[in-house]
Design a protein around this ligand. Sequence first.
Ligand code: HEM
Length: 221
Amino acid sequence: MPDTTTPFSAQIRTATERQHADAENSTFMSDMLGGGLGVAAFYRYTGQLWHVYSALEEFADALAADPVAGPFVRPELARVAHLEDDLAHLGGADWRADLDPLPATAAYAERVRECAREWPAGYVAHHYTRYLGDLSGGQVIRGTAEKLWQLPKRGDGVRFYVFDQIPNPAAFKREYRELLDALAVDDLEKQRVLGECQRAFDFNTAMFRELAGEFPTRRQG
Ligand code: HEM
């Protein structure tokens, strides 16, 4: 039975609660944010994000006028240029040579592109999963990264996490959820979007699993 009383944004949140916990508590995230990994892991992770956001943002112009995805595409969210600044700071002039995508990252970016081309509501699922997360838990990651690797506060290395043009993230997220609640698709399509959000989380978890394989925890003592 489709749920017609719970706002769609709340349905998404509930549908992805377990996956969110899995992503947050993944070995890679826990090890990295717990201080168990060096800045090389953060650099590698940032490089993987470059692929995901390149896919998300490559279609911004094409989707701007789309009735379903268009309202979500906002220039103040754009992250690729910031990721490139961070990568240059963390990796030096040759950062592009270190960009090879992990298999999970390549599959993730490919799925984002496929949705952007063929299924705007599915693209919204991927847009939500990354950008609303960046505006939320991303801020925890930024603070921890600044401390662990002595990166300039809100500066090079962590610019990806800084939304200069969104002065009030809480208000922005509220408006974003209102857009989700007003998504112009029928109930069956909403069920499919919920499934795609779960898939988006799973792509992130798969990426973390492969990153954990590259960066085993540095155990002390
Ligand atoms: C250590 C890692 C993480 C931490 C500490 C974290 C923390 C949080 C927190 C505290 C919120 C709630 C913010 C609020 O109520 O406004 C949140 C929301 C969110 N997070 Fe995360 N998160 C992490 C990783 C992730 C990952 C990997 C993703 C997916 C790629 C993600 C996606 C989201 C989304 C989409 C929301 C918005 C939920 C909603 O209000 O609909 N998070 N996160």
